[in-house]
Design a protein around this ligand. Structure first.
Ligand SMILES: [Zn+2]
Ligand SMILES: [Zn+2]
Length: 385
């Protein structure tokens, strides 16, 4: 297919998907759309309903010498965000929007499927095209990889591209080692004894305990974590009490922990609980603490990151390829990279001149669609490498 025709198709697919955003594990229309397009392209080995709403297709190597497969992954879910009005191909579902670019990820992977199907006679390895549901927090990647529905035994390398509106369209950014953070959420309940605000000595004040806890938390990263290892501990919510003259029974803190090193991740959980426990004790209160583990860090294999950089340089020019600093966001491609070597790659999709600068997850979020055919080409080239 001529490049121009494919570009138009990829953009058309993205716009169609943009109109039908679905949240994690509810991607039924999306999954049907992906399956039909794969069949139109000519693929026949397609599994649907993988990890509930995922789609996995395989393209068999035509060139023999088959030693392992390459997996290419696109995520499928949208977000509970109300899109700004007035877009020609805007979301047709109130309150839901592809505000992270996953519509573009699917379109790019369909584009790569087109290219790889055309080139299958010169493919030296099988290619697994993985459309994964529920990236935005619900753990679709974990369900696919650890639920046993996606067998990674034959896979020798895995790649995923994430469009990035904060980088200029068409630029490619990756790095060896950790590229996105591990994320854990915590809740701490400081339990005291309620009483009259004018007689604090007869009560045990959990607001004071929780306040000391917030202050003690500030020493965790600054005093216990190696300064060369990035980490964040943030309290994002603090709730307790109902009136000026009542000491409440309980005060609740909710927060997030971010890190890149698995040891630092464990240390954060442990030290935050210790800091809170000490604060609670000193105020005569008791602590209940709960951690809800989020995604692990996305850790790129060094060789795969180098391959990604050099393939991108060959396709688009070395001046378009950058080493990104690690980002404190998190991504469930992490689970794939815990099993097989590979790389997570950011593809710039911003354009200041055209006003495409809104951050991911915002109602104004958009992408410069000129990045889409580039992403398709890069994915296909990585699978041919
Ligand atoms: Zn997102
Ligand atoms: Zn995303």
């Amino acid at each position: 297919m001529p490049a121009q025709a494919l570009t138009e198709r990829i953009i058309g697919w993205r716009r169609s998907l943009h109109k039908i955003p679905e949240l994690g594990f509810q991607e039924h229309q999306t999954s049907a759309f992906v399956e039909s397009r794969l069949r139109e392209i000519g693929l026949t080995e397609i599994r649907t309903g993988v990890a509930r709403t995922g789609v996995v297709a395989t393209i068999r190597a035509g060139a023999g010498g088959n030693d392992g497969a390459v997996l290419l992954r696109a995520d499928m879910d949208a977000l509970p965000v109300q899109e700004v009005e007035g877009r020609e191909y805007g979301s047709e579902t109130p309150g839901k929007m592809h505000a992270c670019g996953h519509d573009g990820h699917m379109a790019m992977l369909l584009g790569a499927a087109t290219l790889l199907h055309e080139r299958k006679d010169s493919l030296k390895q099988d290619v697994v095209l993985c459309f994964q549901p529920a990236e935005e927090g619900a753990g679709g990647g974990r369900e696919m990889v650890e639920g046993g529905e996606l067998d990674l035994t034959g896979v020798s390398r895995a790649f995923a591209i994430h469009l990035w509106s904060l980088y200029p369209a068409g630029t490619v950014h990756t790095r060896p080692g950790p590229i996105m953070a591990a994320q854990d959420e915590f809740t701490a309940w400081f339990r005291g004894r309620g009483g009259h605000g004018a007689a604090p000595h007869n009560a045990r004040d959990p607001i004071v305990a929780a306040s000391l806890g917030v202050v003690a938390l500030q020493t965790v990263v600054s005093r216990f974590v190696d300064p060369l290892s990035p980490a964040v501990a943030t309290v994002g919510s603090m709730h307790g009490g109902s009136a000026c003259n009542i000491i409440p029974e309980v005060t609740e803190l909710i927060g997030t922990l971010r890190s890149f090193d698995p040891d630092v991740r464990l240390l954060l959980r442990h030290r935050v609980e210790e800091a809170f426990a000490g604060a609670a004790r000193s105020a005569g209160c008791e602590l209940e603490f709960e951690v809800r583990p989020g995604y692990p860090a996305v850790v790129n294999d060094a060789e795969s990151a180098t391959i990604a950089g050099s393939v991108a340089g060959r396709l688009f020019g070395k001046e378009k390829v950058f080493e990104t600093p690690p980002l404190a966001a998190s991504e469930d491609f992490a689970y794939f990279l815990q099993k097989v070597p590979g790389a997570f790659i950011l593809l710039g999709a911003g354009n200041e001149e055209r006003g495409i600068t809104a951050p991911h997850h915002s109602p104004q979020f958009d992408i410069d669609e000129s990045a889409l055919p580039k992403g398709a080409e890069l994915l296909a080239a990585l699978a041919m490498e």
